[in-house]
Design a protein around this ligand. Structure first.
Ligand SMILES: Nc1ncnc2c1ncn2[C@@H]1O[C@H](COP(=O)(O)OP(=O)(O)O)[C@@H](O)[C@H]1O
Ligand SMILES: [Mg+2]
Length: 354
């Protein structure tokens, strides 16, 4: 009897892998929507689903798929479906998520988008890996996931690691997870608010990182709920703030810094990106976005200015090609800036924990 029950649960889980979550390429088992499958005494099962979003019709559709698949494929006499309601404050109430196998978590943050946060996160990950560390990169930027493009993983899906867990996608020696790896074209429409936070929490909890020295987190830009919740959910060992020399970007960055201080995250320093443009023909330096902003900010916030990264066509091109510049052109001046940054980050984080 016990054997039969175990089989039913196992089979049911396997069959449910065929149920795609509406709007997604991923199935409901991989996405963690299926919370539990319990056998009933008369040969049926109860499936408990975790509510994925705020839309009731989506959950009804999922429940219908579950019933049809299980009664159709497994010929179960009875299929009960229960839905556990969304708890938006789950993160806050249950405390921080422990990331299995990760030694240090370092976040890359910015006050607004487009300042080069993802470029810094990707190249920092590559540079740390170059220094011999085992590195993971978590793309938590739900508004504009860019890791799949920057690492050329378009179409790659995280493989299931059994239960609800999954393995990151490996590329260029880095373990990668991005919300973009679960999205389809249609998805952003239903990808809102509490659901996003639920999904990110899921990522944090259910990714099998194996042993990583560093996990770099590409945080969403800004200072809204999404960043705050994330910063609260992971125990961050340090954060870097990326800004441009422009005054508006600096103001935004200052707000992001305040938020990171609120959650007691150690601030490792400021990276001024797009600091200047060196004319490839004449070598002339053009400070198109203003001058000395990163320095002023570092001074007023009592932080280190860790790097000043100029604008280079190669940085953008490398990102677009799916191989970060620090990997494709290790001798490039930008790559040297990233290597220096990686050394500094490692020294600060490892020093802190001793
Ligand atoms: N130092 C740089 N030189 C040239 N292009 C850059 C540089 N930093 C970022 N970019 C480009 O600017 C765009 C925005 O950068 P990205 O890292 O995606 O910003 P964010 O993550 O802050 O939105 C990308 O096309 C990227 O390739
Ligand atoms: Mg980005």
């Amino acid at each position: 009897m016990q054997f039969r029950e175990a089989n039913v649960t196992f089979d049911a889980r396997e069959v449910l892998r065929r149920a795609l979550y509406p709007g997604y390429d991923a199935d409901i088992v991989t996405l963690g929507i299926v919370e539990e499958i319990a056998p009933l005494a008369d040969g049926g099962v109860t499936v408990t689903l975790r509510q994925g979003g705020t839309r009731e019709d989506v959950m009804r559709e999922v429940a219908q798929q579950v019933r049809e698949l299980l009664s159709g494929e497994l010929k179960l006499s009875k299929v009960e479906v229960a839905v556990r309601r969304l708890e938006p404050e789950l993160g806050e109430r249950t405390g921080r998520v422990a990331l299995d196998g990760v030694r240090y978590v370092v976040a890359v943050a910015s006050g607004k988008g487009g300042v080069g946060k993802s470029t810094v996160a990707a190249n920092l990950a590559v540079a740390l890996s170059h220094l011999g560390y085992a590195v993971g990169l978590l793309d938590a930027d739900i508004y504009g996931p860019s890791v799949p493009m920057m690492f050329g993983t378009a179409g790659a899906r995280p493989q299931s690691a059994g239960e609800q867990r999954f393995y990151p996608v490996e590329r260029h020696g880095i373990s990668l997870i991005s919300i973009g790896m679960f999205l389809t074209e249609r998805a952003p429409v239903i990808w809102r608010g509490p659901m996003v936070m639920g999904a990110v929490r899921q990522f944090l909890k259910d990714t099998v990182w194996r042993s990583r020295d560093f996990l770099i987190v590409d945080l969403p830009p800004g200072t809204g709920d999404a960043q705050l919740t994330l910063a609260q959910q992971v125990c961050l060992d340090g954060a870097l703030i990326v800004t441009t020399p422009q005054d508006v970007a600096l103001l935004d960055a200052a707000r992001a810094l305040k938020m990171l201080r609120q959650v007691h995250c150690p601030l490792l320093g400021v990276i001024e990106n797009m600091s200047y443009f060196v004319c490839p023909d004449c070598g002339e330096v053009d400070e198109i976005f203003g001058h000395g902003g990163g320095e002023r900010m570092a001074r007023s916030e009592n932080l280190k200015l860790l790097s000043r990264l100029p604008l280079y066509a190669e940085v953008r091109e490398a990102g677009d090609r799916g191989i970060p510049v620090a990997l494709s052109e290790p001798e490039h001046p930008a790559s040297r800036v990233f290597l220096e940054l990686a050394r500094e980050v490692a020294a600060q984080v490892e020093g802190q924990s001793q």
